[in-house]
Write a protein of this length. Structure first.
Length: 128
């Protein structure tokens, strides 16, 4: 694709997105009170569930994967197989404090709340 064709394709997709937004959200964008964000598309979920993490935890990849997830259940399923050591490293990468004494299940819940849950809660507040 040429730069002009690519730009036209992107603008078409943005126009489709704006057409589906409520008028109040479009007005907020126009007035600078809201902004659009680019998020990676989630990888397809297979019948076996979300993809398992790499044996040596890829923290940047995990942050990206969690950002693309659309439910807390997906985030929990993704992080549950991780060893507690890698979960603590991910918590440190995300700036979570006070996780040293947490059990693994509590740590998974805290990480999911900080990533997927935070985004879902923010989206729910925007709908109000």
């Amino acid at each position: 694709m040429t730069d002009g064709t690519l730009a036209a394709s992107v603008l078409t997709r943005v126009a489709e997105l704006l057409a589906d937004l409520p008028a109040a959200d479009v007005a907020a964008l126009a007035e600078g009170r809201a902004r659009l964000a680019v998020l990676p598309v989630a990888p397809p979920v297979t019948a076996a569930g979300p993809p398992a993490p790499h044996p040596a935890a890829d923290l940047d990849g995990a942050v990206t994967a969690l950002a693309a997830m659309t439910s807390r259940a997906d985030g929990t399923a993704y992080l549950t197989p991780w060893p507690a050591k890698d979960l603590r490293a991910l918590a440190a990468r995300l700036g979570l404090r006070g996780v040293a004494g947490l059990r693994k299940a509590e740590l998974v819940d805290r990480l999911v709340d900080r990533t997927v849950g935070f985004r879902l809660n923010s989206a729910a507040v925007r709908q109000l």
